[in-house]
Design a protein around this ligand. Structure first.
Ligand SMILES: [Zn+2]
Length: 130
């Protein structure tokens, strides 16, 4: 990963678990109780939940590169279309481009539809039997 140096800089400057040299350990991390995983010599990208949730979001650009490299599910990968609910006119981010109503109206809408369907069914049944 070519951004590892930028990650290291971000950790150095912003990670609350990073202590620099402590107890004779360089790049000491209090979560690891050892060296920070990002300062290891190998080339792969290590995992650190604390970093991903608490530090990485500071640098939006780096976060995007990091998540795409890692194939992490993220809001950047699946762009959610902004949709206006035709019912309540609220703007919400849809999970797919087929979603039309907001979460609240979706349930209400399904309810109304089934009510209508039921009514129609009862009516047609009456027509047949009587
Ligand atoms: Zn709505």
């Amino acid at each position: 990963m070519q951004n590892k140096n930028r990650i290291k800089r971000l950790v150095k400057n912003n990670c609350a678990c990073y202590f620099g040299a402590k107890y004779g350990i360089p790049n000491y991390c209090c979560l690891q109780d050892g060296p920070c995983v990002f300062f290891a010599q190998d080339d792969d990208l290590p995992h650190c939940i604390y970093f991903e949730k608490g530090v990485l979001p500071i640098d939006e650009k780096l976060e995007r590169e990091y998540t795409s490299e890692r194939n992490v599910e993220s809001e950047f990968k699946t762009a959610q279309p902004r949709v206006n609910c035709p019912k309540c006119r609220a703007t919400f981010s849809a999970n797919s481009n087929r979603q039309k109503y907001c979460e609240k109206c979706r349930d209400k809408n399904a309810n109304e539809k089934s009510k209508l369907r039921m009514r129609q069914m009862r009516k047609s049944r009456l027509d047949v039997t009587l």
